[in-house]
Design a protein around this ligand. Sequence first.
Ligand code: AMP
Length: 295
Amino acid sequence: MRIVTSPAAMQRLARQWRRRGARVGLVPTMGYLHQGHLSLVRAVRRRIGLEGKVVVSIYVNPTQFGPKEDLSRYPRDLKRDLRLCRAEGVDVVFVPDDAEMYPGGNPKSEIRNPKSFSTYVVEEKLSQGMEGASRPTHFRGVTTVVAKLFNLVLPDVAVFGAKDFQQAAVVKRMVRDLNFPVKIVVAPTVREPDGVAMSSRNKYLTGELRPQARVLWRSLQLARKLAATAGQTVPANRVKARIRQLLNGCPNARLDYVEFFDPETLLPVTKVQRGTQMALAVFVGKTRLIDNAQL
Ligand code: AMP
């Protein structure tokens, strides 16, 4: 397994592979890997075959964090990540150097440097609601870094997790709109035995907070039950009210949003039924968790 930190070296290697006809698969991550990430690695290997080259990128991308978010304290453990990748048969772990990804420094903190990074990719429809509404520049950071990773790794296939449903939708739209020659695969959410979606941020949930994180899963289950028992449809507001009630019984949980929406357009629906997509974001203590499911 090779570890590559220079974007230019990554691109040279990817071009070499492609000249030799190897298929390339990419799994973009921010590291602190868990079984959810590793399921994406297996999914990409299945698609490109044993002869293909699997690249896992590990990069805590500064441009997708808001000024008051957890960029500096985001969990990191590169040694462990490398061990997990090696065990999965990953070919290259790409750990790009910050200064080379964003020439002139983090564009957010160095806005006065006239030579610094100044080009972004912006998706303007699917990125408006939910995560985009709560985290205004988040998706601009995501689409920009994913576009850069595509240009550096030149993948045939890239795998994203359904855990970040809106992110996957935004990336797919970017790929379609800008003609990136890459197939986007979305792999199912991997959960802990108690239903909590695996996430690097679960590390923040110490002591009594961890069991309270179940409230996201319980909200999804509650909505599922209401949608099923209503037979046909149930007003979205009624389901939201029941979810608020559930959250009120959870001392350290605070709802950021809960939405029911069309899985293609991500536009909100007023009636909930089987098959409706639901997403929610909840602060458990200071940690913001997200989850989603099709009901
Ligand atoms: P992150 O490191 O959190 O940015 O996630 C990197 C990729 O892993 C994204 O495509 C996520 O959607 C995906 N991912 C994160 N958690 C899970 C999970 N529990 N199950 C499946 N995929 C996940």
